[in-house]
Design a binder for this molecule. Structure first.
Ligand code: C2E
Ligand code: MG
Ligand code: MG
Ligand code: MG
Length: 293
């Protein structure tokens, strides 16, 4: 009997494995097609200076509107895009499109000339042999200055690539491009290495920010405070990811955290809605105060 049960279990397993593999293959096909058709969209989420509520820039976040499945989240297709190498074409498209968008805003809206566009760079893209040339070319084609661009990479990408990562970051810095470590705290940075990297910004991972005002987790606040001190000690700016409420915002301000990003300010939005945020006083700024700041 046990054997019969065992067999039926493994059949169920095979069946669900099969379904999973088929679904992945279908997704990969659709992804390849979507890249050919340029069927993606870039959404923009504001990064806000906590001292005055002004938008300092946006993070470009790719979106995939899918015919049958609606908007597919990048968490679902970025890993597949990385496995299949499709991230390379997709990543360059996102970089080009977001640089083009900021360049267009700069031409039409003079007060946006110092905005910074933050773009995620996958580890797969980071080790492409022509990385520097590609980035330079996109800046040239979109007539954007390197100082308007920030590239986000994760700790592990930097740590795995050792000295060659330092050299690549140095070359990007020579183009005046700013560099951020994304999802900081979830990887395994060595303090000594971090100290030697030519980076500007640490982005504290959302998981720490969301635990900050949770009375169940006393360490949450302490971790964020420690990361902020570490960053300042290293001369880096801090962006807190995933700011969702007023309590978190108040605590972050009190710690001296410079920037915040999260649903409290705005979800990632399309280019039209992002432009509206730039041309109207955003809801998180008290209009009676904004003339004073
Ligand atoms: P990330 O770079 O850490 O981006 C921040 C993610 O947190 C975004 O998810 C954003 O929508 C979400 N988020 C922002 N504020 C809040 C908040 O207050 N609460 C909550 N619950 N979530 C918030 P998204 O857009 O789904 O992207 C997920 C990840 O996919 C990104 O994480 C990034 O690693 C990757 N990704 C997105 N676009 C690209 C891209 O163009 N290239 C590459 N290589 N990766 C990308
Ligand atoms: Mg990011
Ligand atoms: Mg992040
Ligand atoms: Mg994150």
């Amino acid at each position: 009997r046990a054997k019969a049960r065992g067999k039926s279990c493994s059949q169920i397993f095979d069946k669900s494995m099969h379904a999973h593999v088929m679904a992945q293959l279908q997704l990969e096909n659709d992804l390849r097609q979507a890249i050919n058709d340029r069927a993606f969209q870039v959404y923009y989420q504001p990064i806000v200076a906590l001292k005055n509520g002004q938008i300092s820039g946006f993070e470009a976040l790719v979106r995939w509107p899918h015919a049958e499945r609606g908007m597919i989240s990048p968490a679902e297709f970025i890993p597949l895009a990385e496995e299949t190498g499709l991230i390379i074409a997709l990543g360059w498209w996102v970089l080009h499109e977001s640089c083009r968008q900021l360049s267009s805003w700069k031409k039409r809206l003079p007060h946006t000339r110092d905005l910074i566009m933050s773009v995620n760079l996958s580890g797969v893209q980071f080790v492409q042999p022509n990385l520097i040339e590609r980035v330079e070319r996109i800046l040239r084609e979109t007539e954007l200055s390197g100082s308007n661009l920030k590239l986000e990479i994760t700790e592990s990408v930097v740590m795995i690539n050792g000295e060659s990562a330092v050299s690549l970051l140095d070359q990007l810095k020579a183009l005046e491009i700013k560099l951020a470590i994304d999802d900081f705290g979830t990887g395994y940075s060595s303090f000594g290495r971090l100290h030697r990297l030519p980076i500007h910004t640490l982005k504290i991972d959302r998981s720490f920010v969301s635990r900050m005002d949770d009375p169940q987790s006393s360490e949450g606040w302490g971790i964020v405070k420690t990361i902020v001190s570490l960053a300042h000690y290293l001369g880096l700016d801090i962006v807190a990811e995933g700011v969702e409420n007023q309590e978190q915002l108040a605590q972050l301000k009190a710690m001296g955290c410079e920037y915040g990003q999260g649903y409290f300010f705005s979800r990632p939005v399309d280019a039209i809605a992002a432009e509206a945020l730039l041309t109207h006083t955003p809801h998180w700024i008290d209009p009676s105060l904004s003339s004073a700041s």
